[in-house]
Design a protein around this ligand. Sequence first.
Ligand code: ZN
Length: 186
Amino acid sequence: MAFYTHNLTGESISYELVISSRRKKSIALEIKADWLRIMVPESVSDYHIEKIIQKKWSWIIKKLAQLENLKVLSFNKNISRQQAAQILHDRTLQLGKVTQLSLEKVIIKQYRRKYWQCKWSTVYLDWRIVFFPQEITDHIIYHELAHLRYKHHQKTFWEFLTQLDPATPKHKKWLREYGASIHTIS
Ligand SMILES: [Zn+2]
């Protein structure tokens, strides 16, 4: 991994540059846990990379600032792992009752690369999802609850999940963008 720094208008960001032989032309920007990753084809010039960063600068700064807010927010919550486990456990049982699905077990743990696990019968959650905005935490719980009925990720599953959480598309998008920030909390 190669890390670089870019400065503009008094602000600086560090980014990881990934050169991929599989990419043909396009350059992709991706916000990781709390840094920026730029994926480029082999043929791209440094000049071109600079141009892209400049063009996307306000977007990058905004995204990174949002992540920073999330982190500050989470640390302000000041919840221990044990408290988090209790909160999530109670919330899962509560939402489980509303959905009338028979839930037997909730297991709270800490994952290295994800934040919940679809295991079809038991609900596995990473304790740190308690730091997400409430609607996101609920969405993850609903996702797991929906698996009590549908043990797959096919269309019927997503339809059912959308019944439980009508904002599913928005919440999925949020998780794609910010979900990984959870791994900066330990
Ligand atoms: Zn799932």
